[in-house]
Design a protein around this ligand. Structure first.
Ligand SMILES: Cc1cc2nc3c(=O)[nH]c(=O)nc-3n(C[C@H](O)[C@H](O)[C@H](O)COP(=O)(O)OP(=O)(O)OC[C@H]3O[C@@H](n4cnc5c(N)ncnc54)[C@H](O)[C@@H]3O)c2cc1C
Length: 508
């Protein structure tokens, strides 16, 4: 075996980079192994048509956490943030559009054009979000209490969370307890009347989950997203990855690209002793932090006979079948819509509850939508005078009936474009495209089942993520830790699973 490290980090996505840097800054000798030739994982930029780049596969970067930025000194390493939430346009058909701005009063005026009642309701909605934000942040920014061991410290942490709920005051606490388990459709119907506004607002509630707006607990997803979404990163995820790389290098992390881990090696007592690479080389360490998805970690990187049944059963039932595809479009002119201001980068379709429900139905039967819900990002790089659209497509199943043949892919792409032309006239300007189905995402990013968050954001997969015996990043395999999106607080560009995973290693 080659030289010994304190920790081997598997995966150079933003969480692997974060974990490695936190550990190296504390004096650990860390090597980070990434199978691809680039860092960034899902956040790496891809040229999908000559001169046209997607901003990673991602759209929004507003969930990045301030304390991770500060602790890793990312601003010193080039990270620039906008200082405000991104403006997002809710599109309705026939040219309708309401924009949710960082500035609440501008948003209220945008809504007022369609409904006086909704404009007032939005103020109450934001006030509620502002009141519950400290509670949600407290839950999502810390490692969950160890509900399995439940020592005094864990008990106290639980009590504190309960007190946080009480601190909201009676009215807000009761409202939160009432609405969190609701379907997002019921929640928004109680407050707003404009159909396309409600449909657009519900977008984040169904991201990365096998649910529709009528599903229970989707309100909780929306509230979490609203409370955690703050300022965007200038230059998108690539800017984050570049600054993370610099921070990692300065902290002394050894970064090895094109180094795919084939096996996590265990000794006869099932303790980690290192990893074996695809080329047969072995690297020694008693601690391995995996930022790959839980299924990749336990089912592909560990010898099958070394996993106990309860662990295998738990991970097997951690729901992570992808329901989202991604379409990149290269345009020979910049994308415009009549009502749009230049600052706008994000658009959401949906239009009505009925249309969203119809878009969801096929995925239950292993099919894709005829008229999918689209999340559109306009900020990809393109040559002067051209445009780049990066579109998240809801819903498209991992296990498509009949498989993802070329014909099936062509059909889904056509469905997206036909949907898009109902909102904008782009048809003649498309000069290139790339569609990534959940199967393509799985192959390119080594992401079993192609789930965009390494596992669904569902209420039962939040606090005990991915499963109770691994919820504190430490796993039942001595020396093996998780530090990717399959751990609390889940997927998204947050740096948190990497940050908290590294803290768990330092604590043990
Ligand atoms: C299409 C799409 C759109 C998204 N949009 C958004 C968005 O708008 N906003 C948002 O906040 N989030 C979004 N997400 C989710 C977000 O991108 C992910 O949750 C996050 O990037 C995951 O980061 P990570 O570091 O945990 O994992 P990853 O980025 O998946 O990194 C894991 C790394 O491990 C490497 N790896 C895997 N196996 C091995 C191995 N055996 N050996 C060595 N290396 C290995 C992979 O190559 C990869 O680089 C989106 C995801 C997708 C797929």
């Amino acid at each position: 075996m080659s030289k010994k490290y304190d920790t081997i980090v598997i995966g150079g996505g933003h969480n692997g980079l974060t974990a490695a840097t936190v550990l190296a800054k504390k004096g650990q000798k860390v090597v980070l192994l990434e199978r691809r030739s680039v860092l960034g994982g899902i956040g790496a930029g891809e040229e999908f048509h000559p001169g046209h780049w997607s901003a990673g596969l991602l759209h929004e970067t507003g969930s990045i956490r301030q304390h991770a930025i500060n602790e890793l000194d990312l601003k010193k390493h080039g990270l620039v943030t906008t200082g405000e939430r991104a403006s997002v346009a809710m599109l309705g058909k026939k040219g309708k559009c309401i924009t949710l701005y960082n500035d609440e009063s501008r948003t209220v005026e945008s809504i007022r054009k369609y409904s006086e009642k909704d404009a007032e309701a939005y103020k109450a909605y934001r006030s509620f979000i502002n009141k519950i934000t400290p509670l949600i942040r407290d839950i999502m920014d810390q490692a969950p209490p160890d509900l399995v061991k439940m020592g005094n410290k864990d008990l106290w942490q639980l009590v504190k969370k309960g007190l946080g709920l009480k601190k909201l005051g009676k009215a807000t606490m009761m409202e939160f307890l009432k609405v969190a388990p609701m379907s997002v459709q019921d929640f928004l119907d109680e407050r707003f009347e404009t159909e396309f506004l409600k449909a657009g607002m519900a977008g984040p509630a169904i991201y990365g989950s096998f649910t529709s707006p009528r599903s229970a607990y989707t309100t909780l997803n929306l509230l979490i997203w609203e409370c955690l979404s703050t300022e965007e990163i200038v230059g998108g995820p690539q800017n984050l990855i570049a600054s993370l790389q610099k921070a990692a290098e300065q902290a002394g992390v050894e970064i090895k690209l094109n180094n795919s881990v084939k096996r996590i090696l265990l000794d006869q007592d099932r303790k980690v002793k290192g990893v074996q690479l695809g080329n047969g080389e072995e690297i020694e360490s008693n601690v391995v932090a995996s930022s790959c998805s839980p299924s990749e970690t336990f089912f592909n990187l560990i010898e099958p006979n070394q996993i106990e049944y309860s662990l295998e059963h738990g991970i097997e039932h951690f729901r992570s079948r992808g329901t989202t595809a991604k379409l990149m479009l290269a345009l020979d002119k910049p994308f415009t819509l009549d009502e749009f201001e230049n600052e706008l980068q994000f658009l959401r379709t949906g239009n009505s509850w009925l249309e969203m429900e119809k878009a969801y139905d096929p995925v239950k039967y292993r099919n894709f939508s005829n008229e999918p819900i689209l999340d559109i990002y306009l900020g990809g790089k393109a040559p002067e005078g051209h445009g780049s659209l990066s579109i998240l497509v809801h819903y498209a199943p991992y296990e498509l009936e009949g498989g993802w043949t070329d014909q099936a892919k062509k059909q889904l792409e056509e469905n997206v474009i036909e949907t898009l032309v109902q909102y904008s006239s782009i048809k003649g300007s498309i000069i290139g495209s790339e569609l990534l189905t959940p199967v393509d995402l799985a192959e390119r990013y080594n992401l079993p089942f192609g789930h965009i968050f390494h596992g669904e954001h569902a209420v039962d997969q939040m606090l005990t993520r991915p499963i109770p015996s691994c919820m504190q990043y430490k796993t039942p395999i001595n020396g093996l830790y998780l530090c990717g999106s399959g751990s609390h607080p889940g997927g998204g560009i947050t740096c948190m699973p990497g940050y908290l995973g590294a803290k768990a290693i330092l604590k043990n």
